[in-house]
Design a protein around this ligand. Structure first.
Ligand SMILES: O=C(O)CCC(=O)C(=O)O
Ligand SMILES: [Fe+2]
Length: 267
């Protein structure tokens, strides 16, 4: 069976240009010294931590609003053992028979091994290409790149070699998931992963939990998506995002990426 028509729905997150305006107010931390010191103690013990109410409430609300109204998503998944990204609108417009073929290819990959299915906007790539034009997402990106955030990450993890952060905006809807993996990729120098969760109106049974998997295959801890919480964990750590329940009509929204060591290529 040929699926050449799949190329017609390949992703393109859009051509917008321009830098975010420097007049936009900065995103700032709300977490105080005591909270950060406590997080560092918990990270030293568990190699992961969750910090609630991490940003100023008004900043988290602003980032949530930007993410909730964002439209330029790529749907990312794997087909035939290779990463693929698609324009979600293109996929949604496929006739039923073709949509079923795509779903079959996605499901087959999940049965065979590693798989993911969710929507993303690559903040890091957009910024480096000079086309991160949304002021609030620009402020979010500036925040994860700021000395304030990098210092927070070094303090929590105890890893002074953290030099910079990359970032993406992600959206998980009903049926989306990210199978178990450990984030280690040769040459990327990932020291730790971070997830700034911006999800509102969620419960544990909605799925979309960040699960940490122990050596026996059990979930030893799961973080339910919540608003304005920062998860940070060491790389490598086996983890997954559990499937969002089929009846959920909300979105699991977050800004996520890795804290990396070494020199940043091309900067
Ligand atoms: O969104 C999350 O909670 C985790 C995302 C993740 O594991 C990844 O992008 O590798
Ligand atoms: Fe991960």
């Amino acid at each position: 069976m040929t699926t050449a028509w799949l190329h017609h729905v390949s992703g393109d997150a859009g051509p917008a240009v321009n830098d975010p305006s420097s007049t936009i107010e900065r995103v700032r931390l709300a977490a105080g010294r005591g909270q950060v010191a406590d997080a560092a103690r918990r990270f030293a013990r568990d190699r992961r931590v969750l910090i609630e109410n991490v940003l100023r409430e008004e900043d988290a609300a602003r980032l949530h609003a930007a993410a909730a109204s964002w439209t330029r998503w790529n749907l990312v998944t794997r087909i035939d053992s290779a990463h693929r990204d698609f324009n979600p609108a293109g996929l949604a417009a496929l006739p039923q028979d073709k949509a079923a073929v795509v779903q079959g290819l996605i499901d087959r990959e999940a049965r065979q091994g590693f798989q993911y299915l969710f929507e993303t906007y690559a903040l890091y790539d957009a910024a480096r290409a000079g086309r991160l034009d949304d002021p609030d997402l620009g402020a979010a990106f500036a925040f994860v790149r700021s000395p304030e955030f990098l210092e927070l990450a070094r303090t929590i993890t105890g890893r002074s070699e953290i030099a910079y952060a990359d970032a993406q905006l992600t959206r998980f809807r009903a049926g989306h998931y990210l199978a178990r993996h450990d984030d280690a990729v040769d040459g990327k120098n990932r020291v730790a992963a971070y997830v700034i969760n911006l999800t509102r109106g969620w419960r544990a049974d909605c799925g979309g939990q960040l699960q940490f998997v122990d050596g026996d295959g059990h979930v030893e801890r799961a973080y339910t998506p919540t608003f304005n919480a920062l998860a940070m964990f060491e790389v490598p750590t086996p983890h997954a995002v559990s499937p969002v329940a089929p009846w959920v009509d909300g979105h699991r929204l977050s800004i996520t990426g890795w804290l990396r060591s070494g020199r940043e290529a091309g900067v």
